[in-house]
Design a protein around this ligand. Structure first.
Ligand code: PLP
Length: 581
């Protein structure tokens, strides 16, 4: 039974549904990270932000769904830099009681030979029309748990492989037990957002009381998120055997026999009725990598109300009524008056520049073409491609024709990523008097929001085909900002040259991860297009520029949003119908 919430009574309609309606069969959406807002620092990047956006759209559309994730009392981390421009990490200090409501429910699980009590906090997303969607955060940090077990809800993506294994057991097994304890008896589908929660299949098997893999498969769907094999969690059985309780251990050995360890991706692939990648290209690459043909795709999106600027929202409301319930209506964006669109854009640009003045002490010029680049500083994302030929870069961008704004965090153990950030910061200082380049510290949802509303062009330069989807460029599209990117992930689907933005490098034809292409072509194309197309259009053909902004909204924002994503999951993966369909 769901117990009464301390803080608000907003869950009452959900409780009524669970108690009175036998047809209430919700989707349980499991994700290692969920990004709902910057004040809840339980996300590191795209995966968590996507999870938050999907849950928000589900609430808007009235889809019966509940999110399940872990609480991280010290978050991912707060980014700073030392005098050598080397990233430093500090714990993100936050008080869960300020953001979430602690429920009285407690369940217990067994790990490393000890009982661990798992508690649960709830955050309720209230959809556009008042539909409440709960997100449950599992917590182990309280008495009487062993000090080491309490730490399991401290860090997102921290610690060693054993720490991660324990966290994933808490998420999958503990998560399902918590749901049952809360009163969720008839769950229609378990959605694994990436493989981290795959151990919930062990708990489903235990609940059943006998071994029937097909019965598990019928209940689970799996979304894979990375085409980089190193991005897939892997645990040796020798470790699992030390950590897991006997029953879970023997079930797992039976489910994945004759292998030295467990790949969470393989667990997801083998025990789901439906598997999807997050863009068309990503599904092709995944099928090749997993030697399968059945990986479908549902291309990612972003939650409109979260990422649109207040000015653009007013403008869309005025010109395209009903767009927020049905963002597909943004196809009408060519009817938005150009002067109004430009004015709303410039207002966002000024807001970003005011913030940069405050944090960096640099005054950028709102009449100068401004490119933005912000994402996790993973080496494959090549944040420094722009600086691969400094002479050419100075020639193209010099004389204050272009300004650049960067942001991004590197994983604490990724020295390659840290070196990238160091390079960007050093180049920025060297070129100070020639080309304004700003690095904003501590990339998070708030900075992402300012940037994706306030720059003129969004740059993305990953090595193909490693960007599964990418979503920051979609946030830009929602604000009428063009992308200038390598043809990878979602951009292959959203790109129309000179209409919604510009490509960088050749059109992809590689079919798998092993394929390579001449990466030096990317930098050449980057400089050429910036010089010959983007700079001249911005300064000499304003009408054309704003027309491209309209087309970006009409063609890309209308599709790459999580309202469309949730509708696709409902019809292809969950096979349910709901109010807002
Ligand atoms: C949207 C977002 C991301 C994901 O951006 P990509 O383009 O997928 O790299 C990462 N971090 C934050 C804080 C975001 O808001």
């Amino acid at each position: 039974m769901i117990q009464r919430l301390h803080r608000s009574d907003l869950g009452s309609s959900l409780r009524t549904l669970m108690e009175n309606d036998p047809a209430f069969r919700p989707i349980a959406y499991f994700s290692m990270e969920v990004g709902l807002r910057e004040s809840i620092p339980t996300y590191s990047g795209g995966l968590g932000v996507l999870a938050g956006d999907i849950l928000k759209s589900a609430a808007d559309l009235g889809v019966p769904m509940a999110g399940v994730t872990l609480l991280y009392r010290k978050g991912y981390f707060v980014q700073g830099f030392n005098a050598d421009d080397w990233q430093q990490e500090k714990p993100a200090v936050w008080d869960p009681a300020q953001e979430l409501t602690l429920l009285p429910n407690r369940i217990s699980i067994r790990l490393q030979g000890r009982e661990i009590q798992v508690g649960v906090w709830v955050y309720e997303i209230i959809g556009e029309s008042g539909y409440p969607l709960p997100v449950y955060f599992l917590d182990t940090d309280f008495e009487p748990n062993h000090p080491d077990d309490r730490k399991l809800s401290w860090y997102l993506y921290g610690g060693d492989n054993r720490y991660r294994l324990c966290q994933e057991f808490v998420l999958g097994v503990g998560g399902l037990r918590v749901l049952r304890d809360l009163g969720y008896k008839n769950i229609d589908t378990f959605h694994l957002n990436e493989g981290h929660a795959g151990f919930l299949t062990l708990e489903l098997m235990r609940e059943m009381g006998y071994y029937d893999p097909d019965k598990i498969r019928e209940q689970v769907v799996f979304t894979t998120h990375t085409p980089v094999p190193a991005g897939h969690d892997y645990f040796e059985y020798s470790l699992i055997d030390q950590v897991f309780p006997d029953e879970a251990r023997s079930t797992l050995h039976r489910m994945l026999p004759d292998v030295p360890g467990v790949s969470m991706t393989e667990l997801g692939l083998r025990y789901s009725r439906y598997v999807n990648g997050v863009a068309k290209k990503h599904a092709e690459v995944s099928n090749a990598m997993f030697k399968m043909e059945t990986v479908d795709w549902i291309t990612n999106g972003i939650h409109p109300a979260t990422w649109i600027s207040s000015g653009m929202r007013k403008l869309y409301n005025k010109n395209i009524p009903g767009w927020e319930e049905d963002p597909g209506r943004l196809v009408q964006a060519l009817t938005i008056p150009k002067e109004d669109l430009w004015a709303a854009h410039q207002a966002s640009k000024l807001r970003l520049f005011a913030r940069i003045m405050e944090t960096n002490g640099v005054q950028l010029d709102p009449d100068v073409l401004t490119l933005g680049f912000a994402r996790r500083a993973a080496t494959y994302k090549r944040a420094d491609l722009l600086f691969s030929d400094m002479a050419r870069f100075r020639k193209v961008a010099g004389n204050r024709k272009v300004q650049f704004v960067f942001a991004g965090k590197s994983h604490p153990n990724d020295n390659g990523g840290k070196a990238l950030l160091q390079k960007i910061r050093r180049v920025a200082r060297e070129l100070e008097s020639e080309i304004p380049i700003v690095f904003i510290d501590n990339y998070n949802m708030e900075i992402a929001s300012l940037l994706t509303q306030g720059v003129d062009v969004w740059l993305n330069t990953p090595i193909r085909p490693r960007e599964a989807s990418g979503t920051s460029g979609m946030k830009c599209a929602m604000n009428g900002i063009m992308n200038f990117s390598i043809l990878d992930g979602w951009w292959i689907e959203g790109w129309i040259e000179d209409v919604t933005g510009w490509s960088i490098g050749p059109v992809p034809d590689e079919k798998d991860m092993g394929a390579s292409y001449d990466e030096s072509l990317d930098a050449v194309d980057l400089y050429d297009k910036l010089e010959k197309k983007i700079i001249p259009t911005y300064y000499d053909d304003h009408d054309r520029w704003v027309s491209m902004m309209q087309h970006t909204i009409a063609l890309d924002a209308s599709f790459f949003n999580t309202h469309r994503v949730v509708r696709e999951y409902a019809s292809k993966a969950y096979s349910i119908s709901f109010r807002g369909m």
